[in-house]
Design a binder for this molecule. Structure first.
Ligand SMILES: C[S@@+](CC[C@H](N)C(=O)[O-])C[C@H]1O[C@@H](n2cnc3c(N)ncnc32)[C@H](O)[C@@H]1O
Length: 275
C-alpha cells in the first residue's frame, strides 16, 4: 500500500508561472476566513501580486492567518494618498482622516512657514497629508518604534525616533497632532482578534483609562507649542470629559471635541494660551 495515501494532502500551492485563480475563488477563500470586505480585499491582493499564482497564494495564506492587508500589499489609502505600511507598523485607520484634515486646515490658515509636529507618527499618515495639503509647512514626525520611524521616512516624512516630544525644542510648533495609544488596557480584549494578534501593543495600549500616553502628549504639547498653537489628539468613548481638566491645567482653552457620523467621539482640538 502507498503510505503517502495516509498522509494529509499538502496545502494547495501556486506553481511557478501559473496564473492566479479567478477573483471569485480568491473572494471565497477570504470570505471563508472571515474577512468582512472579501470582495475589496480580493481585488487588492490580485492587483498587488500582479496575477502571479504563487505570489497570490503566499499573500492569501498571510491574510487568512490574520495579518493586516496593508502589511501584505505594502500600502493603505489614507486621505487619498497611498501610504506605505511596513510589516510591524500600525496601519493608519479611516477614522484618523478627520484629524489629518483638521490639522491641514489649521496649517493652511497659518500659511507658509508654519510648523507641525506629529507625535506617535507611525507610518506617517497624518504628516503625509499635512505636507501634501500645505507644501509650504514643515512637518516633523516622532515615534518611539524604530520600525515605524523608518517606515515614515520611506514615506517622505522627516522623522526622529524618540519618546514623544522629549528630543524637540520648546516652542517649535504651531500645531501638534497625536494619534497616540488610547485604548484602555481592559478594552484591548474587545479589539478584533487579528488586531490583538498582529498589531503592536505599544501602538494601542493606553493604560487603565486609555489616557496614560495622551496625558503625556498634552504635557509635551504645552511645551512644544508656540502661544496660540493647536493640539489635535485622537480619542474615543468619553475620554474628552476625562481629559478636559488636564488640558485646562496645562493652559489649553477652546477645547473642541469632534464626533463621527454615528455620534462617537473621535478626537479633540485644544488651543494653547497666549494669542
Ligand atoms: C495608534 S498608532 C498611530 C500611528 C499614526 N499616527 C497613525 O495614525 O497611523 C500609535 C503610535 O505611537 C507610537 N508610540 C507609542 N508610544 C510612544 C511614545 N511614548 N513616543 C513616541 N511614539 C510612541 C507607536 O509606536 C505607534 O506607532
Amino acid at each position: 500500500m502507498d503510505r503517502h495515501r495516509w498522509l494529509p494532502s499538502p496545502a494547495p500551492r501556486g506553481v511557478a508561472g501559473m496564473p492566479a485563480p479567478p477573483l471569485e475563488v480568491v473572494m471565497a477563500r477570504l470570505a471563508a476566513a472571515g474577512c468582512v470586505a472579501a470582495d475589496e480585499e480580493a481585488v487588492e491582493l490580485l492587483a498587488a501580486t500582479g496575477g502571479d499564482g504563487p505570489a497570490l497564494e503566499a499573500a492569501l495564506r498571510r491574510r487568512v492567518a490574520g495579518e493586516p492587508l496593508a502589511w501584505i500589499t505594502g500600502t493603505v489609502r489614507f486621505c487619498g494618498h497611498d501610504v506605505r505600511v511596513d510589516p510591524g507598523v500600525y496601519v493608519p485607520r479611516p477614522q484618523t482622516e478627520e484629524l489629518a484634515g483638521r490639522a491641514a486646515d489649521l496649517l493652511r490658515s497659518l500659511g507658509a512657514g508654519a510648523r507641525a509636529v506629529d507625535l506617535c507618527t507611525g507610518a506617517g499618515a497624518v504628516a503625509i497629508h499635512c505636507m501634501a495639503a500645505v507644501p509650504a509647512v514643515l512637518v516633523v514626525g516622532v515615534d518611539c518604534d524604530p520600525r515605524a520611524a523608518r517606515c515614515a521616512r520611506r514615506n517622505g516624512v522627516r522623522t526622529v525616533v524618540g519618546d514623544l516630544g522629549a528630543s524637540l525644542a520648546a516652542r517649535c510648533a504651531d500645531v501638534v497632532t497625536a494619534v497616540s495609544p488610547y485604548v484602555p488596557t481592559a478594552a484591548l480584549a474587545y479589539l478584533p482578534a487579528d488586531v490583538q494578534r498582529h498589531e503592536p501593543r505599544t501602538a494601542l495600549d493606553g493604560g487603565a483609562d486609555g489616557l496614560d500616553v495622551v496625558r503625556r502628549v498634552v504635557a509635551d504639547a504645552a511645551r512644544l507649542l508656540r502661544p496660540g498653537g493647536w493640539l489635535l489628539a485622537e480619542l474615543g468613548a468619553d475620554q474628552d470629559v476625562l481629559l478636559h481638566p488636564f488640558l485646562e491645567e496645562h493652559g489649553f482653552g477652546t477645547v473642541t471635541p469632534w464626533r463621527d457620523g454615528e455620534g462617537d467621539l473621535r478626537g479633540v482640538s485644544a488651543r494653547a494660551a497666549g494669542r
